[in-house]
Design a protein around this ligand. Structure first.
Ligand SMILES: *Cc1c(COP(=O)(O)O)cnc(C)c1O
Length: 493
């Protein structure tokens, strides 16, 4: 049988599961049912009953396993390759976390179980709250928010409640241009006007500039440190003081905690509230949009407003309490995503305080190693040592017509997922690389070699990059069309 394009199908053109199989094919066989059928017409209106599930795939177990295993192999993930998405901290998720979270006593615990029968789980949560407070230098923690963005929203609601209690909720929130898009969104959802604070020529906020923006209408500054350029805000203490003297508060976006853990504490820098992205810093899975966890840590002055229920310790153990009259209320069902919290706790205990500090140091070292190896060929947005991530621009390739997107697409051909691109917005054609501490020097070198080879290609034959990627199941897609006209429902052809 000669090879033709039809054979490519088995390799690359995986059909939808609904397009596989044949009528009557099943994935199991059970003995004949000897319980008399019940006439369901008496239970449900006939219109709601059907003989068969329409268009349900009829496939064997083997077909199902192959289908999903194949699809999984087409995916880039931290389990298959370096996944250098800046800002996202895509570190490897240790498998032992998965073993721990599957322990029967944890996995099968019902959230409505009375407190006295769930003491182990409550102690775990209380201890995780303590660990996060210690790591961040904050006074109290709520584990309830389900994502970083929801942690931000919760934090901004706390700030609003605090000002409201003082008679005036204030009107504005200051945010630097390099901020993650969720920052202005969270502030706006709390009814605040967003005022952009410009950064200086070194990519950093300057206390003198921030001070000019602070008046009695400013509720808070939202600041990420290190910022989304991977640079440490050197004037952070003067900046937070400038807000505090005018009665305003400081929200610190904690998504970049992977650059601080065990070395420096946001609480010491003047932050009043921060969120933790457990799926970034603490190695829990990012998931396809969830479930996640974005606990918030606060200073004493915001503690009365934390979401309820809160965990309290009494003589005979822990219990959930709702008697916090100034609380902003609930932000998530039950107590947050328990399974994610267990994974983060397992990670923190496995690493220990020395391990977490070492992780931070390695993350910063790895990012600086890549920065150094690539700086000859790629234009650095800011040519200073970075923290856990470094940002390049496509400026040096402008004359060739090659843009960041082309470089990102070509990287897929070299077997690496692409870094974050076109963010932060303050760098044109940004290419933002965060290797994390979990990568070895060999992997970093392979990745740097791939980017250097691409730079060479740009010099010699830039046109070739415009067709990349060539080795993936589908090549360059019309991304605008995919976003504007998504086909989300399978239709029988
Ligand atoms: C990831 C990120 C967020 C949002 O966190 P999610 O968990 O994705 O909602 C906010 N700020 C920064 C700087 C981030 O990198």
């Amino acid at each position: 049988m000669p090879f033709d394009n039809k054979h490519k199908r088995t390799l690359l053109d995986e059909p939808l599961i609904c397009e596989r199989g044949s009528p009557g094919r099943v994935g199991y066989s059970l003995p004949e049912d000897d319980i008399p059928a019940r006439d369901s017409a008496n239970d449900l209106p006939p219109a709601l009953c059907r003989e068969m599930l329409a268009d349900f795939p009829e496939v064997s177990e083997g077909e199902v396993v192959r289908h999903f295993t194949r699809l999984s192999q087409w995916n880039f993930s931290a389990a298959t390759t370096l996944y250098p998405l800046g800002s996202c901290t895509m570190k490897y998720n240790p498998v032992v976390n998965e073993l721990v979270v599957r322990l029967q006593g944890l996995a099968q615990l019902h959230p409505l179980m009375p407190d006295e029968y769930a003491q182990g789980a409550l102690e775990l949560l209380a201890d995780l709250e303590r660990c996060l407070a210690e790591i961040s230098g904050m006074d109290a923690v709520s584990l309830q928010p389900a994502a970083g963005a929801q942690g931000e929203l919760t934090g901004m609601k706390l700030i609003r409640a605090y000002h409201h209690d003082r008679g005036y909720p204030r009107k504005k929130v200051l945010i630097p241009g390099s901020a993650h898009g969720t920052n202005p969104a969270s502030a706006a959802l709390c009814g605040y006007a967003v005022v952009e604070v410009p950064t200086g020529s070194s990519g950093l906020l300057e206390a003198a500039t921030v001070t000019q923006f602070v008046d009695e209408d400013v509720a808070a500054l939202m600041v990420t440190n290190p910022n989304t350029l991977g640079l440490f805000e050197r004037e952070i203490v003067q900046i937070t003081e400038a807000l505090h003297v005018r009665g305003a508060l400081v929200y610190m976006d904690g998504a970049n905690l992977n650059a601080l853990m065990g070395v420096a504490k946001p609480g010491h820098m003047g932050a009043d509230v921060i969120q933790f992205n457990l799926h970034k810093t603490f190695s829990t899975p990012h998931g396809g949009g969830g479930p996640g966890a974005g606990p918030v840590g606060v200073k004493k002055l915001l503690e009365p407003y934390l979401p309820i229920p809160r965990l309290v310790q009494e003589q005979n153990g822990y219990r959930w309490s709702e008697t916090f009259p100034r609380s902003i209320g609930k932000v998530r069902s039950f107590y947050g995503n328990f399974g994610v919290l267990v994974r983060a706790y397992a990670y923190i205990l496995a690493m220990g305080s020395d391990g977490l500090t070492q992780a931070t140091r390695m993350a910063v070292l790895n990012a600086n190693y890549l920065r150094q190896r690539l700086a000859q060929d790629y234009d650095l947005a800011y040519d200073t040592p970075c923290m856990h991530e470094c940002v390049f621009s496509d400026r040096s390739f402008a004359h060739t017509g090659i843009k960041t997107l082309d470089i990102a697409k070509r990287l897929l051909d070299y077997g690496f997922y692409a870094p974050t691109i076109y963010f932060p917005l303050v760098v044109s054609g940004a290419l933002m690389i965060e290797p994390t501490e979990t990568e070895s020097k060999e992997t970093l070198d392979e990745f740097a070699d791939a980017l250097l080879a691409i730079a060479q290609e740009i010099k010699e034959n830039p046109a070739a990059l415009k067709d990349a990627p060539l080795t993936t199941p589908v090549s360059r897609l019309d991304e605008t069309r995919a976003a504007r006209h998504p086909v989300l429902r399978w239709k029988k052809l």
